[in-house]
Design a protein around this ligand. Structure first.
Ligand code: PMP
Length: 453
């Protein structure tokens, strides 16, 4: 790796080369890689990240959206320190009161949540939601939407970013695996739906209703392509009629689209909800919530639970098993509660949305001044920069966008101190200032001049 992002990122390049000796591809998650080498970060503060060469960046990746309060928010640090001091330990390994406090918070905020279970990531939350849907309905298949990401496991790592040669008809998409090592079973038992196309979705759901346990979706695809309201309403109506569990994956939209996620904004009650990211205040966490009747299927005293009850209740029916050493981690829940409480302070979400809108408007203005067909697509505190005038309603519509231009600009922006992983969406925090916004807009202007020279 001799090529550099710039002459100012030499240390990152050298460290990356060393990382490659002990870590495959030098990254601990494939998504963190980009050409010619990812930047190695060392510090964060507020809206800024600092790399190993000491370069400063205004951060719009924000750990893929998790850091809604920015880096090192004092209220989160304080809550974590206080929790560690008061408890005298990092974790109890038993039930504790913060699990209930957080559960009440989620029940109050999310219309579709009556009860809560915790996990350690968004991936585990959607996995548990899918298993719960299957356990509750007794049906074997899952439907997901093309272009929607729910974590990197076998059952859902399908048709997230499919090759168009394999993806099939837009109205009846093929199930395309996104990794080696995914057993055929999951390809055969996962049905792919076209997002924002109610008629085609309804036809597929009706044809498979007898075998479909659930439908999972990102209410805002990739965090930035909103579901149409009529589509959402229709999907809720059909799934209810057909006895298919509707799972909202609100890992990105939770606390970002509103404090009560997409379900609050769309005024729709999903049967199950998966949460993550913001919920952990920058620490690994996930949660699943949902209707009491469905959630109760994982209660250990409700069924035969081999690991907790031994041979005592062999005449009971097998229940749903859900476990995890670190589930409900008190230190992490303390960070998450502090984050939510900060967001609940009056005016906070409004200010976050309005600064996002300001940034979006000013960026559009700059690109249009340069004569480029660009639109920002998003809702709430997340958006993406799309180089096309064509409407963007689903995964396939992204094919209209000029990705080459977008990528070239993103690399110039890195050199100019604006951080997002190339081609990634933009997430905002409550600490991104007016100055950050004007610096960002100026950098885009500069980048446009550089790439179009
Ligand atoms: N669902 C959605 C919608 C996500 O955005 C993500 C993470 N990008 C996940 C699930 C998986 O969460 P995690 O990375 O915490 O496992």
């Amino acid at each position: 790796h001799t090529s550099l992002i710039s002459e100012k990122t030499e240390t990152s390049a050298k460290l990356y080369e060393k990382a490659c000796e002990v870590i495959p591809g030098g990254v601990t998650a494939n998504i963190k890689y980009f050409d010619p080498h990812p930047l190695i970060m060392e510090k964060g503060k507020g809206s800024k990240l600092y790399d190993a060469d000491g370069n400063e960046y205004i951060d719009y990746l924000l750990c893929y959206g998790a850091l809604i309060l920015g880096h090192g928010h004092p209220e989160v640090f304080h809550a974590v320190e206080k929790q560690l001091r008061d408890a005298g330990t990092t974790i109890f390994g038993t039930p504790h009161q913060l699990e209930m406090t957080m559960a009440h918070k989620l029940i109050d905020l999310y219309p579709g949540i009556d009860m809560v279970r915790y996990t350690n990531s968004g991936l585990e939350a959607t996995l548990l939601a899918v298993r719960t849907a299957m356990a509750y309905t007794g049906k074997p298949k899952l439907a997901k939407f093309e272009g929607h990401y729910h974590g990197g496991y076998d059952q859902v790592l399908l048709s997230v970013n499919p090759d168009m040669d394999q993806a099939g008809d837009a109205n009846l998409p093929n199930t395309v695996p996104e990794s080696k090592g995914i057993p055929d079973y999951y390809v055969e038992n996962t049905i792919i739906l076209p997002f924002n196309d109610l008629d085609a979705t309804e036809q597929i759901l009706r044809a498979h209703a007898h075998e479909l346990a659930g439908v999972i979706l990102e209410p805002i695809q990739g965090g930035f392509i909103p579901a149409d309201r009529e589509f959402m309403k229709g999907l809720r109506k059909i799934t209810e009629e057909l006895g298919i569990i509707l799972i909202f994956d609100e890992v990105k939209t939770g606390f970002r689209l509103s404090l009560g996620g997409a379900q609050k904004v769309y005024d729709i009650k999903p049967d199950l909800t998966a949460l993550g990211k913001v919920l952990g205040g920058g620490f690994p966490v996930g949660a699943i919530g949902g209707k009491k009747e469905i959630m109760m299927i994982s209660a250990p005293n409700g069924g035969k639970d081999i690991l907790t009850a031994g041979a005592d209740n062999t005449d009971q029916e097998l229940g749903l098993y859900h476990s995890g050493t670190y589930n409900g981690h008190p230190t992490i829940l303390a960070a998450g509660l502090a984050t939510i409480e900060r967001l609940e302070q009056p005016g906070t979400m409004e200010q976050l949305f309005s600064s996002t809108k300001t940034l979006r408007n000013q960026l559009e203005e700059v690109y249009h001044t340069h004569g480029i067909d660009m639109q920002t697509v998003g809702m709430g505190s997340i958006f993406n920069i799309i180089m096309t005038k064509e409407p963007i309603k689903n995964y396939r519509d992204m094919g209209h966008a000029d990705m080459k231009l977008r990528k070239a600009i993103d690399y110039e922006l890195l050199k100019l101190g604006i951080y997002t992983k190339p081609l990634n969406r933009y997430s905002m925090s409550i600490v991104h200032s007016e100055e950050d916004i004007s610096r960002t807009v100026e950098a885009h202007d500069q980048a446009l001049k550089l790439v179009r020279r």
